[in-house]
Design a binder for this molecule. Structure first.
Ligand SMILES: C[S@@+](CC[C@H](N)C(=O)[O-])C[C@H]1O[C@@H](n2cnc3c(N)ncnc32)[C@H](O)[C@@H]1O
Length: 261
């Protein structure tokens, strides 16, 4: 009962914050990356801890001799992680500000490179293929922010990028409760919303979730072989309450590895 009342009080706070977000998704992402303060990127948890969950999947399924594309790379945290495991890692993002930040943060990493590209564009798959040849593709936290039609478009473009030897490894948040329950899970109350979460609410489109059912819709069995799927935990940056040092939140996640047919 008390939780229900708290959720009802949270709703208008969230609606007011979200009313500032740009309607156009590309504009929203660009504004986010242009203005987010250092250390406040909500999903920028610890690649060391979270990455340990992907290590075995990478070893089992991805050819370590191929380059890797980090599609929707944001500030490039995971492109740098990938550059330690593959001969060449290329991060692409539709946001020029994200790519600028990613390139700056990877300036000492000789085998990492970045480019601006809308992965939903007609021809994006061909452009990626032309840039690095057949490649593995890593995607973290992109499918769950896309609408169903866009998810299918992205999967179709990735099919061209991986060719016959590359694999897609995707990892997405998959919180199955309501939008408000999700925000509460990340520490939001009517009285306080942690800074990194507030920034996301007031700038970005509302995220969805992505699990086995969503995967099968976006990656039809006629075009893809599902090699492995598993539950994972996606980490955030520390999320502080007033007067209390922040701790990272753990978000239920879903990870899958696919090959193109
Ligand atoms: C939640 S962030 C995840 C960033 C990064 N993958 C990570 O895990 O740290 C989603 C990213 O996808 C990018 N993105 C969204 N739609 C895209 C599109 N159509 N083409 C390329 N990038 C896109 C956004 O700009 C943003 O950087």
């Amino acid at each position: 009962m008390r939780r229900h009342a708290g959720r009802i009080r949270l709703l208008p706070v969230v609606l007011r914050l979200a009313s500032h977000a740009p309607r156009n998704r590309a504009d929203a992402w660009e504004q986010y990356w242009r203005t987010v303060p250092a250390g406040e990127v909500l999903w920028d948890g610890s690649p060391k801890a979270e990455g340990a969950q992907y290590e075995e999947l990478v070893r089992r399924h991805l050819d370590p001799g191929l380059p890797v594309l980090d599609v929707g790379c944001g500030n490039g945290t995971w492109t740098r992680w990938l550059a330690e495991r593959f001969p060449e890692a290329v991060g692409i993002d539709q946001s020029a500000s994200a790519v600028e930040q990613a390139a700056r943060e990877a300036s000492g990493v000789p085998n990492a490179a970045f480019g601006v590209l809308d992965a939903l564009d007609d021809g994006a798959g061909g452009a990626l293929r032309e840039r690095v040849g057949e490649a593995n593709v890593f995607v973290r936290g992109v499918f769950h922010v896309l609408r169903p039609g866009a998810r299918r478009t992205l999967a179709a473009n990735l099919r061209e990028a991986v060719g016959s030897r590359g694999r897609v490894l995707l990892t997405e948040t998959n919180f199955r409760g309501s939008g408000l329950a999700y925000l509460e899970h990340l520490g939001a109350t009517a009285r306080h919303i942690p800074g990194p979460l507030r920034k996301a609410i007031e700038t970005l489109p509302q995220p969805g979730h992505f699990g086995p059912r969503e995967l099968r819709r976006a990656f039809p069995a006629s075009d893809w072989t599902l090699l492995e799927e598993t539950e994972v935990v996606i980490g955030t940056v520390p999320l502080a309450e007033p007067g209390v040092p922040g701790v990272p939140a753990e978000i239920p996640g879903y990870c899958a590895v696919l090959a193109a047919r």
